[in-house]
Design a binder for this molecule. Structure first.
Ligand code: ADP
Ligand code: MG
Length: 684
């Protein structure tokens, strides 16, 4: 089949029968403007009418499919508010009675006739002796027994979607096209595209639906992978800042207060090799919390400065920027390197001085927030840009950085460990270094999950640590909807100060404080001028106070595993045994299970994998994925598929490095479309 796309599929969706202005606007909201795009609006699930359950075996509160014959139709009852309730009596094959209850829908009621038998699906209610089915969906004559259920959008029912999708499928049947090579379809046993789109919406059986989704998921991941690899290739211009292989790192290592771990040494070497390469570095440094990414970053800065170039280190918050500044200054200033801090909240005069030093090259390492990448800042010779806590910066920022001062080398650091294949998939435009060993002598943090009843005891435990001269974090309780986190934190802190923590010095840190106040609170905690820091999750990333040994998290069940792991990573950073106490008031069995998992391991990779399994890629990447094209189907936990996609992408780009061959045209256009939604990150 010639991979030539038909045109009608790509014309306005307004051409479809039944799509008037109103529905057109609804589709617009969903980002659907053509029948083609509608075909990619995929079912959330399927309603399978094929195997009805005997009424006697249905479970209350669950959705069930039953097949029953109508015996009696009662008159409608009108209740308060004008609502009409229709009740019908029916029996199934085994003569078990079932009441059918319909609300307000005269049409549904009229369609059911005494003596006729229907298959229907709905929520089961009633009692053990008298089951009822509430507002059931009835399978109509001639309809397929498996029906797609679409994500609910106000004004757009599954029935409307089904009609429009059928019309789009009819166009596709007349104008079939294919985006993948027959060789690839063959090698990975994938359904042809027209068949996959048909079967995903109108499957004969669930296995068919599954195979259709598999094909579409495969293609989606392949597009993502090819797109990222093309991005990587485009940014791979000639390095403008080649460095000298023989640069001596020994003075740096000698002045470090500790010896680097194997993993730190290996990553430093990988980075330095890149810095000396013919193309600019584009590398991700991944490491669990506390694995010592900052020291590796400092080594890269030292190497770069010794080669006569500047480095910029960008952090997502001022607190982190300030902390990195102190750390880097501590490592590098004794070696004669000038480190400067530039943040948005600095005074105009300070900023100007800073800008001048950056422009004339006297500032060699520049640390700050996004402010350091603004237009107003011009660099003398920016050779290396490091971004910390990468998941806060999307692909878009990754590429935008490249525009600053030619093409500097780029290093991004992430503390959300993800499995390697997955990293390649999500960060396909980057090379990856992994810090998989923690510094020696670190005692794993002890983690306990306790219920609210034991809270007072938990706080007493915390106080015992304070008495030993240690410090503690408390992540304050969940805030009610509409409540400001400011009030929540301050009220909670006041209560604690008067109550359990009276006599101790308590600091407060939350997202709505001005940058300067945050810095002061953090600095006070750092200097041990406060004993306890009561905070929201602003403290989640990167903060480093080795004397803190207790992290107490209120309402722990509201956080994802990875986030809890991050919070836990704020302690256990010094030589003292540290503890993480997860307090839960309303834990469900599922959340208890999650918290137990966290108590059983401190390995960030395991935590991330479990989190990914539990929450699915959508939530897991909720924050991190920001900047990646939206993924609808991608099975990011399916290792086998990930592997196949990598392999296929390699084969395709090997044969056709720029995807310019005519047989890749359709695929290329899909990739462009996918990345075009990404604004500045478009491929063109
Ligand atoms: P993260 O990877 O979470 O950013 P940091 O860079 O903040 O970790 O390092 C955590 C702590 O471990 C810091 O206090 C740092 O000084 C210390 N550290 C880093 N590397 C080593 C090492 N090789 N040996 C001992 N301590 C180290
Ligand atoms: Mg860090």
């Amino acid at each position: 089949m010639e991979p030539q796309k038909g045109t009608r599929l790509f014309l306005s969706i307004g051409n479809l029968k039944g799509v008037g202005q109103k529905r057109f606007a609804l589709y617009q909201k969903l980002g659907i403007s053509s029948p083609y795009e509608l075909l990619y609006y995929l079912p959330r699930s399927y309603r399978d009418f094929r195997n009805p359950t005997p009424v006697a075996q249905t479970e209350p509160d669950e959705t069930a499919v039953v097949r029953v014959t109508i015996c009696t139709k009662h008159r409608p009852v009108r209740v308060r508010g004008g609502m009409q309730i229709f009740r019908l009596e029916a029996v199934d094959e085994e003569d078990t009675p079932l009441d059918i209850r319909i609300f307000n829908n005269l049409y549904s009621y009229q369609a059911l006739q005494v003596g006729c038998t229907y298959t229907m699906s709905g929520r089961i209610g009633g009692t053990l002796l008298q089951r009822e089915i509430i507002a059931p969906q009835v399978l109509k004559e001639g309809e397929p027994a498996i029906q797609a259920v679409y994500p609910q959008i106000a004004g757009l029912t599954s029935a409307m979607l089904r009609t429009n999708i059928r019309a789009s499928l009819a166009i596709l049947a007349e104008e079939p096209f294919e985006t993948l090579d027959p060789a690839i379809l063959d090698a990975y046993q994938l359904m042809p595209l027209p068949e996959a789109l048909y079967c995903v919406h109108l499957p004969e059986n669930m296995e068919e639906a599954q195979r259709a989704r598999h094909r579409l998921a495969f293609e989606e991941m392949l597009r993502l992978q090819l797109g990222l690899r093309l991005l990587k290739k485009r940014s791979a211009r000639k390095s403008m800042y080649p460095m000298n292989k023989t640069t001596d790192l020994r003075p740096f290592h000698d002045s470090l207060p500790f010896a680097m771990t194997e993993a730190q040494l290996r990553s430093t070497e990988e980075i330095c090799r890149d810095l000396c390469g013919a193309q600019p570095m584009n590398r991700l440094l991944q490491g669990d919390v506390g694995s010592g990414k900052t020291a590796v970053a400092a080594a890269a800065c030292y190497f770069t400065v010794k080669n006569g170039y500047q480095c910029a280190l960008m952090a997502p918050t001022e607190i982190l920027a300030t902390q990195h500044f102190r750390t880097l200054e501590g490592f590098l200033a004794p070696l004669g390197i000038s480190v400067c801090l530039l943040t948005g909240s600095m005074k105009v005069k300070e900023k100007r001085q800073c800008h001048e030093a950056i422009a004339d090259g006297t500032a060699q390492v520049i640390v700050g927030t996004h402010a350091i990448m603004q237009k107003a800042v011009s660099y003398h010779a920016l050779g290396l840009v490091i971004t910390d806590e990468q998941h806060r910066f999307g692909v878009a920022q990754r590429t935008a950085l490249a525009e600053k001062g030619g093409v500097p080398h780029k290093l991004v650091m992430s503390a959300t460990p993800i499995p390697r294949t997955l990293a390649l998939m999500v960060y396909g435009d980057l090379d990856v270094s992994v810090l998989d060993v923690l510094p020696k002598g670190r005692m794993p943090v002890q983690t306990y999950a306790v219920t609210g009843k034991l809270r007072a005891r938990a706080v007493h435990f915390l106080i015992q640590e304070l008495e030993k001269g240690r410090q503690a974090y408390i992540v304050c309780p969940a805030i009610e909807e509409g409540e400001s986190d400011l009030r929540a934190v301050t009220e909670y802190a006041e209560e604690m100060k008067k109550g359990l923590l009276s006599g101790w010095r308590v600091g407060v840190l939350h997202g709505q404080m001005a940058a300067q106040e945050k810095d002061e609170a953090m600095a006070a905690f750092h200097a041990h001028e406060t004993d306890v820091l009561i905070c929201t999750t602003v403290v989640e990333v990167g903060v480093d106070v080795p004397n803190a040994t207790v992290m107490l998290i209120e309402d722990a069940e509201r956080f994802g595993l990875s986030q809890l792991h991050q919070l836990r990573g704020r302690v256990g950073r010094g030589q003292h045994q540290s503890h993480c106490i997860l307090v839960t008031e309303h834990a469900t069995e599922e959340s208890r299970q999650r918290l137990r998992l966290l108590s059983s391991t401190t390995d960030g990779f395991k935590v991330a994998e479990a989190d990914l399994q539990l929450r699915g890629p959508g939530d897991f990447f909720g924050r991190m994925q920001h900047g990646l094209p939206p993924l609808k189907l991608a099975e990011l936990t399916n290792a086998e598929m990930l592997h196949e996609v990598q392999e296929a992408a390699e084969a395709i780009l090997y044969a056709d490095p720029d995807l310019t061959a005519p047989e890749h045209h359709a695929l290329y256009m899909d990739i462009v479309r996918l990345f075009a939604r990404n604004g500045e990150n478009g491929l063109n």
